[in-house]
Design a binder for this molecule. Structure first.
Ligand SMILES: [Zn+2]
Ligand SMILES: [Zn+2]
Length: 119
């Protein structure tokens, strides 16, 4: 895993977050799925055997890889169909840790640090 360039921008956290989510959601071929739905709820097109599918770990809904990636580009972190978060609750903590590590944003902790007054 590498983040070769780190543009100094505040949208960075979002892109890192999206990249991490993409890592966590498996991409499979439609033909490898057992008992899949017929069409994608994002674009409403029927799936094709060779289509790349992204399956949500949490609710197990599936969408075209490109459809879900575009959805995530709008900073969405929930299923387009049922609104279940991509990241299950029990994975949220480790996801955040990875996010902070990957983004290297130290002032992310700023609002949580105790205010030193009178010391
Ligand atoms: Zn689609
Ligand atoms: Zn869903």
């Amino acid at each position: 895993m590498s983040f070769p360039t780190r543009p100094e921008s505040h949208s960075e956290l979002h892109s890192v977050s999206a990249a991490l989510i993409r890592e966590l959601l498996p991409v499979v071929k439609f033909s490898e799925l057992i008992d899949p739905p017929e069409s994608c709820a994002v674009c409403l097109y029927e799936f094709d055997g060779e289509d790349e599918i992204r399956r949500l770990t949490n609710c197990r809904h599936i969408f075209h890889r490109s459809c879900l990636d575009r959805w995530m580009d709008h900073d969405q972190k929930t299923c387009p169909l049922c609104r279940t978060p991509f990241i299950p609750d029990d994975m949220q903590e480790s996801f955040n840790e990875r996010l902070w590590l990957a983004s290297g944003i130290s002032d992310f902790y700023g609002e949580y640090s105790p205010v030193a007054t009178g010391l």
